[in-house]
Each structure stands twice: as C-alpha cells, then as structure tokens.
Write a protein that binds this ligand. Structure first.
Ligand SMILES: *Cc1c(COP(=O)(O)O)cnc(C)c1O
Length: 228
C-alpha cells in the first residue's frame, strides 16, 4: 500500500508532467485535494506532505472537518458540492472558496452572509455538456451571471468550474474542456480577478491540463477509493 504522501507526490508529478506536455509554465496548475468522505487524519497526512488546498462536497461534513483542523493555519477550504440555499450561511462562514455557484440567489446569500473580515472566492459552475441532471449554468447564461456576481462586494469572482460528461471519448471530453477554456479566456478580458479554470479529476486531469485547466480537483488518486 502506498501512503497518502506517496500518492500525493505521484499526482503532483502527473500535474507537472501534463503542464509541461501542454507547453505551459511550470507550477501554473493548482492541485485541490478532494477529501470528501475521508477522515481528518488523512487530511493531516496530506497537509504534512505540503498539500494546503482541500475540497469538500457536503456542508455538515466539511464544517466539522474545518472546525477540527483549525490549528492547520495554511489550509484553504473549497466547497465543491451542490449548495442548497438554506445551507449558504455555514458555507459562507467557514469556507474560503465556493466553486459551485449556478444561480444569482445563492451568490447573493453568500455575499450577505460571509463574515465582515473576509471575502469569499467564487467560481461559476458550467454544465458544459448540457446534461439533464447536472448542476451548472448553460453557456448562454454565463455573461449575465458573471456580471451580476462581479457587482457583489463581498465575493471575488475567480473563474469557472466544470464536471464534463462521464464515459465519453477523450476527444469529446477534450472538446468540452477546450470550450471551457475559451469561455474562461473571454471572461478574463472583462474581469481582472478571474484566474481560475477548475476542471479535471483523478481520471481526466491530463486531458484537462492539456486543454487549459488551472486547477485540478483530485480525490481518489490521492486518498484512495471512497466507500460512500
Ligand atoms: C468527488 C469530486 C472530485 C474528485 O473526484 P476523483 O475522481 O475522486 O478525483 C472532483 N470534483 C468534484 C466536484 C467532486 O465531487
């Protein structure tokens, strides 16, 4: 069995090699370690191996871990799950980023509920393959939502996030990633705070990085398979 530190190292190598394969600058892709369903002891192991950004999908679970790990002062928490409007307060108070904004109402609530001492970083989730039961906005809705969010004083619009359709060919997936990249580059022309294109997971990080991802969200390849 490899340790978490060893698997983390191997994921870092994949990220760096993919970045070089894409002829992009070294260290231009951030690694988010997705720790959902995994115990805090696993997060501590990754932290001690130098990983400081973690993603959680479930509000209650995430908040409990954040409270438990307060002493790890370099840690940055990203909320990457579906967000119901009655849970926004907990997320606004405890997380540093929310990557799954797909309606203005959620953004407005987060803006009103975040603590006066911090700003919340947000990404808009795009349903790039127009899947019926998937969260995220359609591409046509992006300009209007980005504009409205950029006017909210307590949020910092950082960019876009997507989860492409599962089980499609790597060519089709590359086309979806490339489409995201062009939306992202266009957004950067209008909003100086936009620097993040969050796409790519354990199974498709190479393809995502080749097509412009600046942040991959990796769970299984670091922490092993999930039971739930
Ligand atoms: C679970 C999850 C991941 C990580 O997926 P792996 O395949 O385990 O790397 C990434 N992004 C989101 C939004 C997730 O829910």
């Amino acid at each position: 069995m490899e340790t978490i530190a060893e698997r983390l190292k191997s994921v870092q190598n994949t990220v760096e090699q993919s970045t070089l394969d894409a002829h992009r600058p070294s260290n231009s892709v951030k690694l988010l370690a997705v720790s959902k369903t995994k115990p805090v002891s696993n997060i501590v192991q990754a932290y001690e191996a130098g990983q400081y950004c973690f993603g959680e999908n479930y509000v209650q679970e995430g908040v409990e871990k954040i409270q438990h790990l307060r002493a790890l002062d370099k840690i940055e928490w990203h909320f990457i799950g579906p967000l119901q409007s009655n849970k926004t307060r907990l997320v606004a108070e405890h997380f540093d980023w929310v990557q799954t904004i797909d309606r203005l109402k959620t953004a407005q609530r987060l803006n009103d509920q975040t603590s006066p001492f911090k700003k919340l970083n947000v990404c808009i989730q795009v349903n790039i393959d127009n899947e019926e039961n998937k969260a995220g906005i359609k591409t046509e809705q992006l300009n209007e939502l980005a504009k409205a969010i950029s006017a909210l004083p307590n949020l910092i619009l950082r960019g876009l996030m997507t989860i492409p359709m599962a089980n499609q060919t790597s060519e089709k997936q590359a086309a979806s990633f490339a489409q995201m990249s062009s939306l992202f580059k266009n957004m950067q022309k209008h909003y100086p705070t936009v620097d993040t294109l969050s796409m790519g997971m354990s199974g498709d990080m190479h393809n995502a990085i080749l097509n412009g991802s600046t942040m991959v969200r990796v769970g299984t390849a670091i922490f092993g398979a999930r039971n739930q």
